[in-house]
Design a protein around this ligand. Structure first.
Ligand code: PHE
Length: 450
C-alpha cells in the first residue's frame, strides 16, 4: 500500500511534468471542448434552457468535482498511466485491467471526436473565405459536406495537429499549446459574447438560458445533466488521471479541482451567452439538436453585419476547443503504450493516430454516403459514441469512485484535503457518486427508460 515511487517511475519520461499553471491550463483545455460549445448548448436547448443549466451546475459540483479529484489523486499517487496507476498505488491487478477500459474509451473517442473537430475546421475556413455564405440553404450545405470526402480529409488534419503537439511531450508540447490557446479562447469568446448580447432581441435568449422554468425538469434531464457533467470534465476515460500523473507533489489538487471545474463552467456559460441570444435574435429554434451549431448559427451569421468575420471566429474557437481536448485524449493511450511496451513517444503517437484515423473512416462515412448501413438503428459513428460515451465513460467513472472511496488506503494522504473536506469528499465518493453514476449507466445503456 505504499505510494513510494519505484525505480521505474523515476525514468526520464516521467520527469516530464507540468508547471502548476501549465497543468491548470492543460486540464481546462481538456475539459473545455465540443462538449461545452456544441453539445451543451443543444442539450440545454432540448431540455428547456435555464433549469437544465442549473441542474448541470449542481451535477458538476456534487458529482463531477469529487470524481475529478479522485482521478487526479490516483494519477499523481501512481505516476503511471490510466491503467497502471491503480496498481502502483497498491491496488490489485484487477484494477489495472479495469483501468484499461478507459484507455480503450479514450482511443475510441479520438476516432470520432476528431471527425466533429474536423467539421469545425472546415466551417472556419469556409466562413473566412465567405464560401459558407454563398448558399443560404445551410442544411443542404451541411448534408453536401457530409456526403463528400472532405470530413475524412479534415479529420486527418485534426489528428495531424494533435500528433504534432503530443509528440513534443508534456511540458514542451501539451503545456505550451494550452497556455497560449486557452487564454486566447477566452478572449475570442468574450468578443463573440459582446456581439451576441448586443443583437436585437438578444434578451429573449438570455432569459431562456438564465430564467429557470422548473416544470421542464424530469428524471431524464437529471441523467442527461449528470452524463454531460462527466463528459464535460473529461472524466471516466483516463484523461484527467493521466494529466494528474504529471503534477508536482507540492501542487494542491483540491484547489486545482476547483479551478478546472470553474473554468469548465465559465466557458460553457459564455458559450450559452453566445448561442442563445444569437439563435433567439434570428428566430431559430434552440431545440434544433446537433445541427444547431452547424446549420442554425451559419444562418444567423450570414444575416449579421460582419458575419463572415464573426462566423469565422466562432468556428476557429470551436476548433481550438476541440484540439485542446483531442490532445488530452491522445495522451491517454500514448502514456499507456510508452510505459507498457516501452515505445518511444513518437512511435506511440503515430501508431495510435494511424489506427484512430482508420477507425474514424467508417464513422465519417456512416454520417454521409454510408448512412443507410445501420445495425440496430445506429450507424458506425453512433455505435462508437454509444460504446464510448454511454457505456465505457460511466463505467470508468464508477471504477474511479469505488477504488478511491473503498479500496485505496492512501487516498487521504495523496489528496491532501483538510479533515473536514476529506469527510465530505469520501461521503460523495462512497455513497452519492457511485449510485448516481450507476443510474446514468443503466439509463444510457438502455436498461432503464423514462
Ligand atoms: N471534455 C471534452 C469536451 O467537453 C471532451 C473530452 C472527454 C475530452 C474526455 C477528453 C476526454 O468536449
Amino acid at each position: 500500500m505504499s505510494s513510494q515511487p519505484s525505480q521505474h517511475n523515476l525514468s526520464s519520461e516521467k520527469k516530464d511534468r507540468f508547471s502548476s499553471s501549465g497543468f491548470i491550463f492543460a486540464a481546462i483545455g481538456s475539459a473545455v471542448g465540443l462538449g461545452n460549445m456544441w453539445k451543451f448548448p443543444y442539450i440545454t436547448g432540448q431540455y428547456g434552457g435555464a433549469a437544465f443549466f442549473v441542474l448541470f451546475i449542481v451535477c458538476l459540483i456534487a458529482i463531477g468535482l469529487p470524481v475529478l479529484l479522485a482521478e487526479l489523486t490516483i494519477g499523481r499517487g501512481g505516476r503511471g498511466n490510466a491503467s497502471s496507476s491503480f496498481v502502483k498505488v497498491g491496488g490489485h491487478k484487477i484494477w489495472g485491467g479495469l483501468g484499461m477500459l478507459s484507455v480503450i474509451a479514450a482511443f475510441l473517442i479520438i476516432s470520432f471526436y476528431s471527425i466533429v473537430a474536423g467539421w469545425t475546421l472546415n466551417y472556419a475556413v469556409s466562413a473566412f473565405s465567405g464560401k459558407l455564405f454563398d448558399n443560404p440553404d445551410f442544411t443542404a450545405q451541411f448534408n453536401e459536406f457530409m456526403s463528400g470526402n472532405k470530413p475524412i480529409m479534415w479529420q486527418f488534419v485534426v489528428l495531424l495537429l494533435t500528433g504534432l503537439v503530443v509528440i513534443k511531450g508534456v511540458s514542451a508540447g501539451i503545456e505550451k499549446f494550452n497556455k497560449v490557446l486557452i487564454p486566447g479562447l477566452l478572449i475570442l469568446l468574450v468578443v463573440l459574447m459582446v456581439r451576441a448580447l448586443t443583437l436585437p432581441g438578444a434578451g429573449a435568449g438570455v432569459s431562456f438560458f438564465l430564467n429557470p422554468d422548473w416544470s421542464k425538469l424530469g428524471a431524464e434531464s437529471l441523467l442527461v445533466a449528470l452524463g454531460h457533467a462527466f463528459f464535460s470534465l473529461s472524466l471516466g476515460m483516463g484523461a484527467m488521471l493521466t494529466y494528474g500523473s504529471y503534477v508536482e507533489k507540492r501542487q494542491s489538487l483540491g484547489a486545482a479541482t476547483l479551478a478546472i471545474g470553474g473554468g469548465d463552467l465559465l466557458y460553457a456559460f459564455i458559450a450559452g451567452l453566445i448561442i442563445f441570444p444569437t439563435t433567439f435574435s434570428f428566430g431559430i429554434n434552440p431545440a434544433e439538436g446537433p445541427g444547431l451549431v452547424f446549420i442554425a448559427l451559419p444562418a444567423a451569421f450570414s444575416a449579421m453585419p460582419f458575419g463572415t468575420l464573426f462566423g469565422g471566429l466562432f468556428f476557429i474557437l470551436l476548433a481550438i476547443a476541440a484540439l485542446t481536448s483531442t490532445v488530452s485524449l491522445l495522451e491517454v493511450p500514448v502514456a499507456y503504450t510508452m510505459e507498457r511496451w516501452r515505445w518511444t513517444r513518437a512511435k506511440s503517437v503515430w501508431i495510435i493516430l494511424s489506427l484512430s484515423f482508420l477507425l474514424g473512416i467508417p464513422s465519417a462515412l456512416s454520417l454521409g454516403v454510408a448512412s443507410n448501413i445501420t445495425l440496430g438503428g445506429k450507424g458506425f459513428f453512433d455505435w462508437m459514441d454509444f460504446i464510448a460515451s454511454n457505456l465505457l465513460l460511466p463505467l470508468g467513472g464508477l471504477i474511479v469512485t469505488v477504488f478511491a472511496g473503498y479500496f485505496w488506503k492512501g487516498v487521504a494522504e495523496e489528496a491532501g484535503l483538510t479533515a473536514w473536506w476529506f469527510r465530505i469528499w469520501l461521503f460523495m465518493l462512497r455513497f452519492v457518486a457511485p449510485i448516481l453514476v450507476l443510474f446514468v449507466f443503466l439509463h444510457t445503456s438502455g436498461v432503464i427508460k423514462f
